[in-house]
Design a binder for this molecule. Structure first.
Ligand code: AMP
Ligand code: MN
Ligand code: MN
Ligand code: MN
Length: 298
């Protein structure tokens, strides 16, 4: 990697190990083609894609940080916490993944039953999803599209799977404290994913950021795929107010979609510490001169 050219960073990406459309290899090929030099594969509740992604990253000579996007139950909501830089075989992480898999399996059956009752063949669809590492609502949505039962995934969420829709089922996700502790015990850092995507008032969002930090959280995603500049400003403010570090991630599920293209992200302001500095060893020092850093960075 060339320190002068700087790094292009993307620390939130999905593959077919969860609900992305590309295999880990094809995804990392696309990420490298996009000029990304430091990335993390952050599939929902699984690390099953990491070994394959690491081999692809090696072939391209880019840095892959271990990653996962963990589902969390907090104050009646589902939050997403991205874990980065952990040891994938650490017992605390494996125990966390086991509990997430159990919660997902139970919820998938619950979703299927609710759909069945409303004349949507949920259990039959679940049967066709038996090969999936984790079953997400996106899997149900794509299955509905494949069977011609809805026009597109957006309609599947609106009519069937989103909160308040007939197929929506709650899940027994682990708590914020449990998840942050497990990531930390595995040697990783916990990042609050896409803070502007939760339905929260400004005050509630600040309180969440404070709670996240108090529980051992390290960073917040500041620059997120599909986010508008005003939202990014709010995330910047959260970081500055709480002293949390900043992360950047496209949340790419499909590189063909323009709003989630890998590595195409706003720059992290110089006043915010870049979470990826700890995985970069450049002569210019951590996280300076990056494509994802504001030029004012000293
Ligand atoms: P799950 O973790 O199983 O609840 O599934 C959540 C995933 O569904 C998210 O990570 C998104 O990728 C996807 N998703 C959520 N809402 C929508 C929506 N309205 N349209 C399309 N995909 C969505
Ligand atoms: Mn997803
Ligand atoms: Mn998410
Ligand atoms: Mn995601």
């Amino acid at each position: 990697m060339n320190a002068e050219a700087g790094a292009r960073v993307d620390l939130h990406l999905h593959s077919t190990a969860s609900d992305g459309v590309l295999s880990p290899t094809a995804l990392i090929d696309a990420v490298a083609t996009a000029g990304v030099t430091v990335c993390a594969l952050t599939d929902h509740d699984t690390v099953a894609g990491l070994a394959e992604a690491a081999a692809a990253a090696d072939r391209h000579g880019i840095t892959l940080v271990s990653g996962i996007e963990v589902s969390v139950g907090h104050a009646g909501r589902t939050l997403h916490v991205v874990g980065l830089g952990f040891q994938p075989a650490a017992p605390s992480l494996l125990a966390l993944i086991d509990s997430l898999a159990a919660a997902r399996a139970e919820r998938a059956r619950d979703i299927a039953r609710r759909l069945d009752r409303r004349g949507m063949p949920g259990s039959d669809m679940l049967g066709d999803l038996a090969g999936a590492t984790v079953v997400t609502r996106t899997h149900f949505a794509r299955e509905m599209v494949r069977r011609g039962l809805v026009a597109d995934p957006g309609q599947a969420f609106k009519r069937w799977l989103g909160k308040g829709a007939p197929g929506y089922a709650p899940a027994a996700w682990p708590s914020l404290e449990t998840v942050i502790a497990a990531i930390g015990a595995a040697g990783g850092v916990a990042v609050l994913a896409h803070p502007l995507r939760y339905t929260l008032s400004a005050g509630q969002r600040r309180e969440l950021a404070r709670e996240f930090r108090a529980a051992g959280g390290i960073a917040i995603e500041v620059c997120v795929g599909g986010q508008n500049p005003a939202q990014t400003e709010v995330a910047v403010g959260l970081c500055l107010r709480t002293g949390l570090e900043g992360s950047v991630g496209s949340d790419c599920h499909d590189p063909a979609l323009p709003w989630q293209r890998p590595g195409r992200l706003a720059k992290l302001p110089a006043a915010i510490a870049a979470v990826w500095g700890r995985w970069q060893a450049t002569p210019a020092g951590p996280a300076s001169g990056d494509t994802n850093r504001d030029a004012a960075s000293a």
